[in-house]
Design a protein around this ligand. Structure first.
Ligand code: GLN
Ligand code: ZN
Length: 762
């Protein structure tokens, strides 16, 4: 019985890659230094999987930035503006595409399916010239082979690659990206041929778009692509891997009918219908089924007994020698190794499994199926499952009751938004095109040190408060100097917008090294929600009132919304997600009310991650949006008309959820916008009625590039063409914490200047 891992985290158990990348970008270390760190990480990951007994070990799942960008590099599909010389793609071109450079902005970045991982969106058109320009897949395969490990090279499949692309600037929106299939397949063939020569016996094509709602034309592209590649597959085993949901019946039929494919991978955790589908539709004889039973999206230990019985059902369908135990998706989306968690409570720790532990689980399941069950391992696992089910620290009856009592009410503010905006304007007295920022200001080394020392009890509470207060004061003075209208305190006390709240709420546990890649070198450390959530005491009132006392201008209270806390945490899998979300909403509601009572007039409740919880399949989206938007309203339905509720969102695909966003009924919404060619504005151009305040981001904060006043004014003018003057706000795309003051000061100076110039013209 064989075992397989779809993909593995690349950042390293202590984020070694992050630090190597950032030091390289800062010019503090060489390309060779960076390569060395990367090589060491890859080697240790392969060895770890080999030692655990995994048969099909992935390669080419490492990346210096992003696996989609790696594919763009492989295909030589570099947009013209990066002036690539057309030979092999080096770090210069690669990182310019990812991060922009002094003269050219970065490529667009967007969420990878419904995860918090972001990929770099390929920009393609009829004139894109493709060439085999990065041999990374082959060199990684060879690198592992030199260590004596025969790996399965992983490529993003050609159809998924095209379906995730967007038409390049100047290309008709209606341009069929799939029409480029014939242009990219020759390069895939070159890669396959080279991998064969290097000795590869399996290749994995990741085609996760197969789980989406595809039309027949798109499905046909899969059939076309893989039959075109079929001749290159001779002498090779090919795995088509899917993940993140079940494959709809039509797509299942299409792919299982493909010739030349040796195996298919399915997500049996999120794909709740997959088991039935395989049972009822059957599975092609002689092919391998890669059964993803170990969850790659969560940190809970696998229920081995339950997985084993699922696998036994599958075994009866596909045959003993054709079933491969696997993960539900790449382990990229989970934390790296539980071994490094020395501070976690031991009971909670026994309920968990990170990537390294999941590898062991996969192998244990494969061995059990083969009749070599490790009884002790299975017994310990069953005991941990039982302790989690019965632990009193999981249940809080009061919270359960309060959440149950929410049923039957809509939780809406009493007055409509335009009346509220009038009432607020009377108090706030803001100019037209008011300027603001999203919340965080640059996080300096000093700040991080202060927080670290406070946590480690190396400095007193008093010293800590003094240091943070000084920082807030600096940020407030800076904003006054810049003449920004609605201020923020800069969030110096927060290392992360979710962790900060989770640490103060009950029902949350924290890791020391449970990092998950978000984009590039950026990682997040999601809290673990293991029990019922409640708020023992105020969380932000102290800092927000302190900041407000330093200025006469309105100071925004800054909270993270329930949906975002949910979506950016590892969530319990023993109750529905919405139940957990309502519990968090009730906790945040208390905080909103305390802020209001303390005199804070503008409260921003960030829902940066509302969209990414959207189920991939249309049939499930309405239900999610309903409870997510409801949860947001619960937090602020009780405030006075004169209290202005802002929300903020970090993505640009709004067209399909704009009505839900309106239904959130916030007074002002600030939205990321600048990296996506003002996609957002097209919604309003198409006539969606929108009466609340709105601030589409006027510049990209992911890039060190400083936007000019003209460029920003230009953007605002585009917005003014579709939105009413009196509802438009001027703000950056997102928080500034990843930037440096040397970038933030001139960028905000230009932003305020642009708003002022336009005010005189209106
Ligand atoms: N208020 C947060 C900040 O500015 C919002 C971050 C986000 O949207 N991701 O950092
Ligand atoms: Zn944001």
């Amino acid at each position: 019985m064989a075992s397989h891992i779809v993909g593995y985290p690349r950042m390293g158990p202590k984020r070694e890659l992050k630090f190597a990348l950032e030091s390289f970008w800062d010019g503090k270390s060489s390309a060779e230094d960076l390569q060395k760190v990367a090589t060491d990480l890859r080697c240790s990951i392969w060895k770890q999987m080999a030692d655990a007994g995994i048969k099909y070990i992935p390669s080419n799942t490492f990346s210096f930035y992003d696996q989609v960008l790696d594919t763009t590099a492989m295909l030589g599909a570099v947009p013209d503006r990066y002036r690539w010389n057309g030979v092999e793609i080096g770090f210069d071109t690669y990182f310019s595409m990812a991060r922009g450079n002094a003269s050219v902005p970065a490529m667009e970045m967007t969420k990878w399916f419904d995860t918090n991982y972001h990929f770099i969106v390929p920009e393609l058109g009829p004139n894109t010239k493709f060439s085999y320009a990065s041999h990374k897949a082959v060199s990684e395969y060879k690198e592992a082979k030199a260590l004596g490990i025969d790996t399965v090279p992983v490529l993003i499949g050609p159809v998924t690659y095209l379906l995730l692309s967007k038409p390049a600037k100047g290309v008709e929106k209606s341009f069929s990206l799939l029409s480029l299939l014939g242009n990219i397949l020759p390069i895939y063939k070159e890669v396959i041929a080279e991998l064969k020569v290097a000795g590869a016996s399996w290749i994995q094509f990741d085609e996760p778009t197969l789980v989406m709602d595809l039309d027949s034309h798109q499905l046909q592209a899969f059939a076309d692509a893989y039959s075109e590649l079929e001749s290159s597959f001779s002498g090779l085993n090919v795995l088509v891997e899917t993940y993140f949901a079940d494959v709809p019946a039509e797509a299942y039929k299409t792919i299982t009918a493909l010739k030349g494919i040796s195996g298919f991978g399915f997500d049996l955790v999120r794909g709740t219908n997959t088991l039935d589908l395989i049972r009822s539709s059957g599975f092609p004889a002689g092919k391998f089924l890669f059964a993803g039973v170990v969850d790659g999206r969560n940190i809970w230990a696998n229920d081995l007994a339950a997985s084993l019985s699922t696998l036994q059902v599958l075994e009866a369908v596909v045959g003993k020698d054709k079933l491969v135990v696997s993960t539900s998706c790449s382990l990229l989306h989970t934390a790296v190794d539980l071994v490094n968690e020395t501070k976690l409570d031991t009971e909670i720790k026994s309920w968990l499994g990170f990537a390294a532990q999941k590898v062991v689980e996969v192998n244990a399941l494969a061995k059990a199926l083969a009749g070599q069950k490790d009884e002790a391992f299975f017994l310990a696992n069953a005991a941990a499952q039982a302790s989690r089910k019965s632990s009193p620290r999981v249940t809080n009856e009061e919270v359960q009751k309060a959440a149950a009592a929410l049923k039957g009410s809509d939780h809406r503010r009493a007055t409509n938004v335009s009346a509220r905006l009038d009432a607020q304007q009377k108090k706030l007295n803001l100019p037209i095109l008011p300027t603001t920022t999203i919340g965080s200001f640059p996080q300096t080394m000093d700040l991080r040190r202060v927080r670290r020392e406070c946590k480690a009890n190396k400095i007193s509470e008093e010293e800590y408060v003094k240091a943070i207060k000084a920082e807030i004061n600096k940020v407030v003075k800076l904003q006054e100097e810049l003449d920004i209208d609605v201020l923020v305190h800069g969030e110096p006390e927060r290392n992360d917008m979710v962790e900060y709240f989770g640490e103060q709420l009950s029902g949350f546990a924290f890791t020391v090294n449970g990092w998950v890649q978000s984009y590039g070198s950026r990682c997040v450390k999601p809290p673990i929600i293991y029990g019922d959530v409640s708020r023992p005491k105020p969380m932000t009132v102290f800092w927000s009132t302190m900041a407000q006392s330093m200025t006469a201008r309105p100071m925004k209270g800054m909270l993270t919304g329930p949906v975002t806390i949910l979506n950016w945490s590892f969530v319990r899998n023993d109750q529905p997600r919405y139940e957990t979300c309502y519990q968090i909403a009730l906790a945040i509601k208390k905080e909103v009310e305390d802020l209001e009572a303390a005199g804070i007039q503008v409260i921003q409740i960030d829902e940066a991650a509302l969209r990414e919880g959207l189920p991939l399949r249309k049939s499930e989206q309405a239900f999610y949006l309903d409870w997510a938007v409801h949860s947001f309203r619960i937090t602020n339905c009780g405030v006075k008309d004169t209290t202005q509720i802002h929300t903020h969102m970090c993505y640009s695909n709004f067209n399909d959820i704009i009505h839900s966003i309106i239904d959130m009924d916030a007074d002002v919404i600030t939205i990321e916008n600048s990296r996506s060619d003002e996609k957002l504005l097209s919604v309003f151009r198409e006539g969606v009625k929108y009466g609340a305040g709105i601030g589409p981001g006027v510049y990209d904060i992911h890039s060190p590039r400083i936007p000019s006043t003209e460029e920003i004014a230009d953007r605002i003018n585009k917005m003014l063409a579709v939105l009413e003057t009196n509802i438009l706000w001027v703000n950056p795309d997102c928080g500034l914490k990843t930037r440096k003051y040397a970038e933030v000061k001139p960028a905000l100076t230009n932003m305020v200047a642009a708003a002022k110039v336009l005010r005189t013209q209106l």
